[in-house]
Design a protein around this ligand. Sequence first.
Ligand SMILES: [Zn+2]
Length: 125
Amino acid sequence: MVKQTPVSVGWQTLFAVLPYIWLFAFYRIEKLRMSILILLVGFGISIVVLSILPFAYSFGLALIVTIPLSIYFIRKWSKDWNVKIQKSSSQIIPDETQFWVCPDCGGDTQAKNEKQFCSKCNVYL
Ligand SMILES: [Zn+2]
């Protein structure tokens, strides 16, 4: 089980371009399988290009494609991950206090027609 803590998008981006460590970067946001898919795309490209260009070129090209892909996805998924963590941790905390306070004016709300009603703003929440 991966530790359910927010990650730094900046560090994740750095990790995503370092050999071996980039796997860890994807692992800690539970995207290991997707990272292997990115790797396979890179391999696929290098194999296709290998039939046209020498190995060094095709390998370089695979890196040129794989690295921006990794950076793009690690940033996107790390942000998604943080949102997910934030949501699940706010679920653990009883939301009574949030629920009974009007988000607009901060005043107390009342139960009315089985809903929360703010008498100051005159709206149902
Ligand atoms: Zn209000």
